[in-house]
Ligand binder design. Structure first.
Ligand code: AMP
Ligand code: ZN
Ligand code: FE
Ligand code: FE
Length: 294
């Protein structure tokens, strides 16, 4: 088993219908098993409902299942103030009361923002209403991808990307900022719930270079960050090598995953990402070891 496991791939970044993926939590688990993945984490945006669904099902799986989460956080003040920082959490107790309070706050903020964004789309003359957007989000957590889906299906835009470029992306006419949890509070809540906090896809942070990454990771490590997502579809070899170096220097764990969203990101597959992703099983065992040490 150990030898076999050593060559296995894992996927530690996936989204279910509980947030903005198109596969149900159990479908994700079945897909991971069918692919022969060694471990899977479901990391929905701002909710652990999908994770709970898998745990409550009470099955044992061929694929190890790790609880996960991706929190929409506000970056430190001197880092791209207007942008969102995504902080992944692994190994949390999904029923932790502190985490519940934080997630309720983020979900409430989405409920406030969505109708305003729809109103803006309507004001631009587009035929779209909240009900049909909510229909695309069976888990109840509505976001911009669900609005994009409606616009694609109605032929307003040709694909999801176009919906973001023309209407929904930052700076576009329908865009409204949503509340983001201060980064330090996000890390603290993940840790208090027994988890490890990991900076998600640092390569996507606009305008950040190796120097900025060192500063950001140093600051976050001091506040309790445990790892950095290194293997990611949009990270090139240079980015991976920079992150590996910084992680080694700062004693941070490496993690990785595809950011699979099912049909909402058609070019991305579970496990292999855009085709060449391989996240080794050893990263998962190191994460588990660190979780056990507490
Ligand atoms: P929200 O959390 O509602 O602000 O929506 C942000 C989410 O939209 C991100 O986490 C991505 O999953 C998704 N997203 C952002 N840009 C795009 C895009 N160009 N195409 C498809 N999905 C996107
Ligand atoms: Zn998403
Ligand atoms: Fe993300
Ligand atoms: Fe994600």
């Amino acid at each position: 088993m150990v030898c076999k496991a050593m060559n296995m791939a894992v996927d530690l970044h996936t989204h279910s219908t509980a947030s903005d993926g198109t596969r149900s939590p159990m479908e994700l688990v079945r897909e991971a098993e069918a692919l022969g993945l060694g471990a899977l984490a479901i990391t929905d945006h701002d909710t652990m409902a999908g994770v709970l669904e898998v745990l409550d099902a009470g099955f044992s799986f061929d694929t190890h299942f790790l609880t996960g989460l991706e929190i929409s956080a506000r970056p430190p003040d001197d880092f791209n103030r207007g942008d969102e920082l995504h902080i992944l959490g692994y190994g949390m107790d999904p029923k932790d009361p502190g985490l519940r309070v934080l997630l309720d706050r983020l979900q409430e903020a989405r409920r406030e923002r969505n109708p305003s964004m729809i109103k803006r789309l309507q004001a631009m003359g587009l035929d779209i209403c909240l009900d049909e957007v909510e229909e695309k989000a069976p888990g109840g957590l509505v976001g911009r991808p669900h609005m994009a889906r409606v616009l694609v299906e109605k032929g307003v835009v040709s694909d999801m990307d176009a919906a973001f470029t023309r209407y929904l992306g930052k700076g576009c006419p329908a865009y409204i900022e949503k509340y983001r949890e201060p980064w330090k509070d996000a890390i603290a809540a993940i840790r208090r719930a027994g988890g490890i906090a990991v900076l998600a896809h640092p390569g996507l942070i606009r305008g950040i270079g190796p120097r900025g990454l060192r500063l950001l990771l140093g600051m976050m490590k001091e506040a309790g960050l445990g790892g950095v997502e290194t293997y990611y579809p949009r990270h090139d070899a240079q980015m991976i090598s920079t992150l590996k170096g910084l992680a080694w220097e700062m004693d941070l764990l490496l993690t990785g995953g595809s950011d699979y969203h099912g049909d909402f990101k058609e070019a991305i597959s579970m496990g292999t990402g855009a085709g060449d992703l391989f996240v080794p099983f050893s990263l998962y065992t190191e994460l588990l070891n660190r979780l056990e040490k507490g």
